[in-house]
Write a protein that binds this ligand. Structure first.
Ligand SMILES: Cc1cc2nc3c(=O)[nH]c(=O)nc-3n(C[C@H](O)[C@H](O)[C@H](O)COP(=O)(O)OP(=O)(O)OC[C@H]3O[C@@H](n4cnc5c(N)ncnc54)[C@H](O)[C@@H]3O)c2cc1C
Length: 452
């Protein structure tokens, strides 16, 4: 029976936390309650699942348990790029490409629409994201790929020269794939707005309520420090924190991405420094760099090399020390892309926990002796859209309506292959130091072969 390890959760100090419209904390669970569904975790996965369940089943009781605050995890501290595609899945034919693109389009449209429908504001910068290419050879391949996607009817373009410069002048960028339907989402706007909708529908959300033990059964008993929830259905919506709950220890690792954000500058100043008409960009390197400009002129920057990501022994889900070295590394990458911004003051520094799988493909499904433990996790850094999609998927699986999702790569995708400690820690550090890449299924073996 799974029992949690020591909980290891830090507070959200990201640029999104600083710029969010404040909401009052919700009281923790005290006492013993019953529900039809208990959801653990109040990020995009948990809140979107509670949203769809409470919409489809207005008479059923849904309870959400959140260790800290709504949006305290990755959903409230990410790079904010709301993107298409499913990480880890290559698209090789038109039908597959259109089907995957359609699924993420529906979720992007939902993200853009739901605030309007329920009358709450969501900041979404809809001027598209770029995937920057930093090497001429890769630019050729990316160009061909973009043209193939465009020939299949998808609105993707490859930009170079003046067309790229209009959007971004980043040092070392030789081209970029642009998708105008993507953008930057203020995740806490969405979550805080949905929180209000859920409370209005009678969903109980308990903040400051860490789950410390789960006793699975036909009726689960979920224990927290001052109360329990008994429910016949359980949703694990804890992404990178899930192994600490005793699930998917061999399938997902909590990887930490360190970020910085500058002080706000006028947009005209960012144009001089190289930022034009685009919401965000990521680059084409294995340990990607990503950057995003907020509507009030703060540049968020993360990633860019081994030094920007950390794995801590035992799968710890918070940094054991202030990651000064890692933040300094990220600042250097920011200055490499935008040399003129070297002296712009950094106003926020934070770290977020990703849930990474070896194949990079996420998984959504149902498991357990009584087929009543629902899960969606392992978005591997691409969860802004996918974790919001998860709510629809899990609501369908709860309704025993599997058919729409069975052809999707994430449907019940097996998660496996991550060795236990100490092999995991040693393997991660050896692999990243030797290759400059992060471990992927088959890549460890391929890298060894290449080195021979
Ligand atoms: C720095 C960073 C940058 C990123 N950039 C992007 C990006 O630009 N684009 C993109 O698509 N994706 C990005 N991602 C990934 C994306 O943010 C995540 O995939 C997504 O937010 C996951 O949502 P979630 O709800 O599943 O998990 P989370 O948002 O992590 O939510 C899990 C929640 O569970 C709670 N919890 C954990 N344990 C317990 C417990 N025992 N009891 C109760 N509650 C618990 C946590 O407090 C947390 O609130 C980024 C992630 C990070 C960290």
């Amino acid at each position: 029976m799974p029992v949690t390890r020591r909980l290891d959760l830090d507070d959200n100090e990201s640029v999104w936390a600083v710029t969010a419209r404040p909401v009052d904390p919700l009281p923790p669970l005290r006492g013993d309650v019953r529900a039809d569904v208990v959801v653990i975790g109040a990020g995009f996965t948990g809140i979107s699942t509670a949203y769809h369940l409470s919409q489809r089943y207005p008479d059923r009781k849904v309870v959400v348990l959140e260790a800290k605050r709504v949006g305290n995890g990755a959903s409230g501290r990410n790079g904010a790029m709301a993107l298409h595609w499913i990480n880890g899945v290559e698209v090789r034919d038109a039908d597959r490409a259109r089907a995957l693109y359609a699924v993420t389009t529906e979720t992007l449209d939902w993200i853009k629409r739901v605030g309007v429908e329920h009358n709450f504001p969501v900041r979404f910068r809809a001027n598209g994201c770029l995937e920057v290419v930093t090497h001429a050879e890769r630019a050729e391949a990316a160009h061909e790929h973009a043209e193939r996607l465009a020939s299949w009817g998808l609105p993707i373009r490859f930009l170079q020269g003046a067309a790229l410069a209009e959007k971004l002048r980043a040092q070392g960028a030789v081209g970029a794939t642009f998708d105008p339907t993507t953008g930057q989402l203020h995740g806490l706007d969405l979550l805080h707005g949905l929180r209000g909708v859920l409370l209005g529908r009678g969903v109980d959300i308990y903040e400051g309520t860490p789950v410390v033990r789960i006793d699975e059964g036909r009726e689960h008993v979920v224990s927290t420090p001052h109360g329990t929830v008994r429910a016949p259905a359980l949703v694990l919506a804890t992404n990178g924190y899930t192994p600490a709950l005793g699930y998917f220890r061999g399938g997902v690792i909590p990887l930490h991405s360190h970020c910085v954000a500058t002080e706000p500058l006028p947009l005209a100043r960012w144009q001089e420094l190289g930022w034009g008409d685009v919401a965000a960009f990521s680059d084409d390197l294995d340990r990607i760099a990503y950057a995003s400009l907020t509507e009030d002129g703060r540049l968020l920057f993360g990633g860019g090399g081994n030094g920007a990501y950390s794995y801590y022994y035992g799968g710890r889900t918070a940094t054991p020390r202030p990651p000064e070295r890692e933040w300094a590394f990220v600042q250097r990458v920011l200055a490499r892309y935008f040399p003129g911004a070297k002296d712009v003051r950094i106003a926020q520094r934070w770290t977020g926990t990703l849930g990474v799988t070896l194949s990079r493909v996420c998984s959504m499904g149902v498991m357990g002796e009584h087929r009543n433990v629902y899960y969606a996790l392992g978005y591997s850094g691409h969860g802004v859209v996918l974790a919001n999609l998860a709510g629809r998927v899990l609501c369908d699986l709860y309704s025993d309506h599997h058919e729409p999702w069975q052809s999707m790569p994430f449907y019940q995708a097996p998660l496996w292959g991550i060795p236990p400690e100490p092999f995991r820690w040693v393997g991660y550090h050896a692999f990243t130091a030797l290759t400059g890449r992060s471990p992927r299924r088959n890549e460890a073996r391929d890298a060894l072969v290449r080195r021979r």
